[in-house]
Design a binder for this molecule. Structure first.
Ligand code: PXP
Length: 252
């Protein structure tokens, strides 16, 4: 069997900013976390600039663009404001996500099929500026196919439901969701899309989805920022890296 390539690990630092904002002031500094992540072997940094600026702020994006050496994945809603910010900074990548003010985190995937014309315009404007655009979607074929039609380079498949079902011990339902992710990853790959996955992943679930051969990158935030309380951010990321590499080696 052909050995699988190295799986990239993107670290989402939003919740370092959440902790900072709980007290006001400047600490802990998301840029410092990003630099630590870089030193611990992260392949990229993700930061979600929400409309309500509940965690990452505009100044964080500026600091990250100036301060990190690995690629920045700018996560945002497909709004005129966010498009303008993306075009000003020209990050390596942008991940388009749905956004609701009342949600605690990004709850579902983007409805690309239902908003194709608008999203095609945003993708084209970003792509023309040299930004690699990713659509954060569920594993449904219609969303994957719409993402390919509008010229996205990447789809990030939402693993939140799989992770929630696993954590709740609903293992039969989790297995169904896992299979749907597997089929979705293969379908996206067959259409020429690069496949990423993220949301809710921990050591165990990340190792499971690392086994999908089409997946090139995992984006992980909340679990690792929480784990950092106990073992430090660098060691938490190194352990995630180790488990992802092990999962891939077992498949090779
Ligand atoms: N990928 C995307 C597109 C996300 O919106 C998020 C959450 O902000 C993540 C990955 C990371 O999810 P988590 O923080 O649950 O690891």
């Amino acid at each position: 069997m052909k050995a699988l390539g190295r799986l990239r690990l993107g670290i989402n630092i939003d919740h370092v900013a959440t902790i900072r904002n709980a007290r006001g002031g400047e600490l802990p500094d998301p840029l410092r976390a990003a630099l630590l992540a870089e030193a611990a072997g992260a392949d990229g940094i993700t930061a979600h600039l929400r409309e309500d600026r509940r965690h990452i702020r505009d100044a964080d994006i500026e600091a990250l663009m100036a301060g990190i050496s690995i690629p920045l994945n700018f996560e945002c809603a497909a709004t005129p404001e966010m498009l303008e910010i993306a075009l000003r900074h020209k990050p390596h990548a942008a991940c388009l996500v749905p956004e609701k003010r009342e949600e605690r985190t990004t709850e579902g995937g983007l409805d690309v099929a239902g908003d194709e014309k608008h999203l095609a315009g945003v993708v084209a404007a970003m792509r023309d500026a040299g930004i690699r655009v990713s659509m954060f979607i569920g594993h449904e074929a219609r969303q994957i196919e719409a993402s390919a039609r509008i010229g996205a380079a990447v789809v990030e498949l939402h693993t939140g439901r799989y992770c929630d079902l696993t954590a709740e011990g609903k293992l039969d339902a989790a297995a169904v969701e896992f299979e749907a992710l597997r089929v979705g990853a293969a379908h996206a790959h067959s259409l020429g899309l690069e496949v990423h996955m993220g949301h809710g992943l921990d050591f165990e679930t990340a190792a499971q989805v690392a086994c999908f051969p089409e997946v090139m990158e995992l984006n992980i935030g909340h679990f690792l920022i929480g784990e950092a309380v106990f073992r430090g951010l660098g060691p938490s990321i190194e352990e995630m890296r180790r488990r992802m590499d092990l999962a891939r080696a077992d498949m090779g």
